[in-house]
Design a protein around this ligand. Structure first.
Ligand SMILES: C[S@@+](CC[C@H](N)C(=O)[O-])C[C@H]1O[C@@H](n2cnc3c(N)ncnc32)[C@H](O)[C@@H]1O
Length: 333
């Protein structure tokens, strides 16, 4: 059966979808300028915001008026105040989404996404036009953009981690390795709940090298999961890692884990899962981003099971969380 998402009249659906990029860009620019950081508990005049952020007051007013009309900031006589949504754009908000809002503003992501046409015509990541080495090679040479990318991962994960930890108990594992764990946010949250466990954070040398301070019970290992031996552990986490890669590369990653895993070890793949109906707009949005940028895809549980079987794991469970992600558990056979 065809998937129909909204009951809006057809021309409204097309108008809104075509122009969604305007509000999206407005949000990215406002996040980049740090406008939300200038607003506390009271409305702030646009002139004051513009001076603090280095913007043209008239232009900023128009952009904020658009955002306020969709619930981001609240427009008052005397200026702009926070809505619930704009408050999480503050840099100091718990689980701040500012980093995520800046993600699409990254030169690399932005340039790649404007060439979605290339991906659709060829099936290849448009990002390779911007840099043939792909996103990870590019970020290696652009530490400022890599820092914002890391902050974006932290921001998006902050919204999902509590739901993952509520749904899945990691306390039964002695050693837990987070492969492609980025800045280590998930591993830290797991170890807080699992006082008897130890963690290993594995990521590229430039990511591990950028980490500010050591974390208790976490060993950091720098390496490349396509080339280097992975650490030995009882459980492995891959959160939004497999979706970056082709099926063939996923089998290489999972096989590297299988070679290092202790007998009966568990692998947990934590990401959005395509349902049979394929009608979750968040998963479908990520899927198209994966097509254009790293060249990966979102997968169904059955597709992940095929990758498990090809790498020496069997599918053990698919755990629903209250958030957008599922935990797909495999066990080494
Ligand atoms: C989409 S991010 C996910 C980060 C984290 N797991 C999360 O969900 O927030 C993918 C991670 O894979 C890492 N990565 C990419 N290529 C890698 C490689 N060849 N070896 C190890 N890590 C890699 C990146 O540096 C990045 O931290």
């Amino acid at each position: 059966m065809a998937v129909t998402a909204t009951a809006a009249p057809p021309y409204v659906t097309i108008w809104q979808t075509t122009t969604a990029i305007v509000a999206s860009r407005a949000l990215q620019v406002v996040a980049e300028l740090g406008v939300a950081d200038q607003i506390g508990e009271r409305p702030v005049p646009v002139q004051t915001l513009a001076e603090a952020c280095g913007a043209d007051a008239g232009a900023l007013e128009r952009v904020l008026r658009l955002l306020a009309s969709i619930g981001i900031f609240v427009r008052h006589e005397g200026g702009y105040a926070h809505s619930d949504a704009s408050r999480v754009l503050r840099t100091d908000a718990p689980g701040s989404m500012r980093g995520f809002a800046r993600l699409m503003n990254l030169q690399f992501v932005n340039q790649a996404f404007t060439r979605l046409d290339h991906s659709v015509q060829t099936g290849e990541p448009a990002a390779n036009i911007v840099d043939p080495r792909g996103i990870w090679g590019y970020l290696r040479d652009h530490p400022d953009e890599a820092r914002i990318f890391g902050e974006a991962m932290l921001a998006k994960a902050a919204a999902d981690i509590p739901a993952v930890l509520e749904a899945y108990d990691f306390r039964r594992f002695g050693t837990i390795a987070d492969i492609g764990g980025g800045l280590g946010h998930l591993l830290r949250a797991i170890l807080e709940r699992a006082p008897e466990s130890n963690g290993i954070l594995f990521d590229l040398p430039e990511v591990i090298g950028s980490l500010p301070r050591a974390t208790d019970r976490v060993t950091r290992v720098a390496g490349d999961f396509f080339r280097d031996a992975l650490p030995s552990a009882d459980a492995y986490i891959l959160m939004e890692v497999l979706h970056d890669w082709s099926d063939q590369d996923c089998v290489r990653i999972l096989s590297a884990i299988r070679r290092s895993a202790t007998p009966g070890a568990t692998v947990t793949v934590i990401e959005g899962i395509v349902a049979d109906a394929g009608d979750d707009p968040r998963v479908n949005t990520l899927d198209v981003l994966m097509l254009a940028i790293p060249g990966g895809r979102e997968r169904s549980a059955a597709e992940l099971e095929t990758l498990f079987v090809a790498s020496g794991f069997k599918l053990n469970a698919v755990v629903q969380t209250a958030g957008a992600m599922k935990v797909v558990e495999g066990v080494a056979v």
